[in-house]
Design a protein around this ligand. Structure first.
Ligand code: ADP
Ligand code: MG
Length: 252
């Protein structure tokens, strides 16, 4: 059975002035796919997410999100950006941060109603942070904050969740918990998660995309050394750590 893709890019290219960030990207993401996007720093991973969000209009090519132009599909997409949204002394509670995600649904000036509060409560419960509602966001650990940002992305009830390097601020010992959360969310969502950690991500996702300006691979998470070397343009070796074999980069 074939499903029409949830996200589709055809021959998409993006430049920042003279700098090419994405070149001739063809990508089709299926409903409920959990896709890990890997690639080196500067490889265009964040740019790809911004194109899907409609924050960047490509210089060339077509982007469809649920069959619509990205700007028109914006409300179906939840997004957790790579850059921290707040300084640690930002005077907002966990509840404030989560419910802010409703502003994108109905506009900022309207104030929050019963439906908004119910959505915020449900989202915080889903990420296991409801009991921290009154805590100041900056007082939480990186992993807890990331959960709240995911709740904020979920309150608009998206069909697609885009996560840009969500593990960067999370203690490695907490990463398993984080992946468990994503596994529980993926039942209702198509998830694109950006990472530069090839090892951990490949254990948890369905598919991997290797991006370094061009798309070198989209498909099985069992990556060949050739694909990784083409993406990272440096030697890669296979090693084992933890219970599952991981391919990681050689020192270089
Ligand atoms: P990644 O997320 O994989 O690290 P990015 O998408 O952030 O990669 O960046 C891809 C390329 O585009 C890099 O060369 C980066 O320096 C450049 N770039 C990203 N954002 C901008 C911007 N706003 N202005 C100019 N160049 C940018
Ligand atoms: Mg990035």
């Amino acid at each position: 059975m074939t499903h029409s893709p949830v996200i589709e890019l055809r021959d998409v290219s993006v430049r920042y002035g003279d700098v090419p960030a994405l070149e001739s990207i063809d990508l089709a993401v299926s409903p409920k796919e959990f896709l890990g996007v890997i690639g080196p720093n500067g490889g265009g991973k964040s740019t790809l997410l911004k194109v899907i969000l409609g924050l960047i209009t490509p210089d060339r090519g077509t982007v469809l999100v649920l069959g619509r132009a990205p700007a028109r599909a914006r409300r179906t997409v939840g997004y957790v950006s790579q850059k921290p949204v707040f300084q640690n002394d930002f005077p907002a509670s966990v509840w404030d941060v989560a419910i802010m995600g409703r502003a994108g649904v109905k506009g900022l000036l309207r104030g929050y109603d019963v439906e908004d509060r119910a959505a915020a409560e449900e989202a915080l419960r889903r990420v296991g942070m409801l009991q921290f509602s009154s805590k100041q966001i900056g007082s939480l650990s990186g992993g807890e904050q990331q959960r709240v940002f995911i709740a904020r992305a979920l309150v608009g009830k998206p069909e697609i969740l885009l996560l840009d390097e969500p593990l960067a601020s999370i203690d490695p010992t907490m990463q398993t918990d984080f992946y468990e959360l994503l596994q529980s969310l993926r039942r209702d969502l198509t998830i694109l998660m950006v990472s530069h950690d090839i090892g951990a991500i490949s254990v948890h996702v369905d598919t991997i995309a290797c991006l370094n300006r061009r798309l070198f691979h989209h498909g099985t998470r069992e990556l060949t050394t050739d694909v990784l070397e083409a993406t990272y343009q440096c030697p890669v070796q296979l090693i084992t750590h933890g219970p599952v074999p991981h391919r990681v980069l050689k020192e270089h």
